[in-house]
Design a protein around this ligand. Structure first.
Ligand code: SF4
Length: 361
């Protein structure tokens, strides 16, 4: 059982972060923010995939103008991602951003940061303080000689104090390095010192394959220790994939439930059907189901019936045939070429009886 670190609750739009709120999933659009149509269509796809908060980068004036239009239509709370330019931050607040993501180290002098904090306070929106190993303050780098976890924590604490001195506490913190070890250490150290909610992620994690592994390990370690209130998986891939990976991490730690959980066997020489395409096809057809269905698909009669009968719905394959289970009871015996359709039929009936308004096609 994971005991979550006690944190104060803040909001990004209507989504609570920290306290007793569920760990939320966020992602970032990868379109040109100035292209409102494309950005919104990506946001809608992200929502469909299970994203709960979206971040858009705001690198110039045109993007700030687009943000206003995006915000009007967005089905998700929108975080404006700002670097270097405090005017863009102020205009993003005016244009309806639900939260800002800034790295105070690159905003410039403290007066500029003060104007951002004041404006966020007036509009009652939150701010993520993003501490990044790549952009630590010079005096801190000099003191530690390298971008260590301790150096990152000192930078975070200094910045937090600045916000607190202005009586602004609607903050969440991220403290990221591109390697797992330093990131985990920095979050652990900072978690002992403050009670602000944490945005957790491994920055620049890499491609879909390696980045998924790196993120799962880094984010997984922290979540297992109770650290993390909202997560973002960063992948050099389309953002819907980031959201799917994020959910799988949360689901595998039992922290959230969403969508089908497929238990399937790795296959071996006892396999009696061509299981891999069967599982892929079933996974594809169930991809948009929100209900957390526990589904087992097993390749032979050795372990198949046991696993299949423990799931809500199960398929245990034999030579050219499959047994479909529902809550431990055999429902029917079907031929191999009818397995998928029959299984889907069984699931649709099951969902209907549970009054879940979703039909798998
Ligand atoms: Fe092998 Fe059967 Fe186990 Fe699948 S369920 S891995 S086919 S023994």
């Amino acid at each position: 059982m994971i005991t979550r670190r006690k944190t104060r609750k803040i909001y990004v739009g209507s989504v609570p972060i920290g306290g007793d709120a569920p760990i939320s999933v966020q992602s970032m659009t990868k379109t040109d923010t100035r292209n409102v149509k494309e950005t919104l269509s990506q946001i809608f796809r992200l929502k469909e995939a299970g994203c709960e908060i979206v971040r858009v980068s705001v690198p110039d004036k045109e993007s700030v103008r687009a943000l206003k239009e995006i915000k009007k239509e967005s089905p998700l709370p929108v975080i404006a991602d700002i670097h270097f330019n405090h005017r863009l931050a102020l205009e993003s607040i005016e244009n309806g951003a639900d939260c800002l993501r800034i790295n105070p180290g690159n905003i410039g002098d403290k007066e500029k940061l003060k104007t951002i904090i004041k404006s966020a306070k007036n509009k009652e929106i939150s701010i993520r303080i993003g501490i990044n190993s790549g952009s630590l303050e010079k005096h801190i780098l000099k003191k530690y000689g390298a971008t260590t976890a301790e150096a990152m924590v000192e930078s975070a604490l200094n910045n937090i104090k600045f916000f607190e001195d202005m009586d602004f506490r609607d903050i969440k913190i991220s403290i990221k390095a591109s390697d797992v070890e330093r990131t985990v250490k920095a979050y652990r150290l900072l978690g002992e010192k403050v009670d602000y909610p944490f945005h957790v992620g491994i920055t620049e994690a890499g491609t879909y394959f390696s980045g998924t592994i790196k993120s799962s390990i880094g984010i997984g370690i922290l979540l297992y220790e109770g650290i993390g209130d909202t997560i973002r998986v960063s992948l050099t891939s389309n953002p819907e994939e980031e959201v799917k990976v994020a959910w799988e991490i949360l689901k595998s730690l039992g922290l959230r439930k969403r969508g089908v959980e497929i238990v399937s066997c790795p296959t071996c020489s006892r396999l009696e059907v061509n299981l891999i395409p069967i599982v892929s096809e079933i996974e594809r057809r169930l991809a948009n189901l929100d209900y957390p269905l526990h589904l087992a698909i097993m390749g032979c009669v050795v372990n198949g019936p046991g696993e299949a009968s423990e799931a809500e719905i199960g398929l245990a394959c034999g030579k050219g045939v499959g047994l479909i289970y529902r809550k431990g009871e055999i429902q029917k015996k079907v031929k191999e070429d009818e397995m998928i359709d029959e299984l889907i039929k069984t699931i649709n009936i099951y969902l209907k009886e549970k009054t879940i308004d979703f039909k798998i096609l």
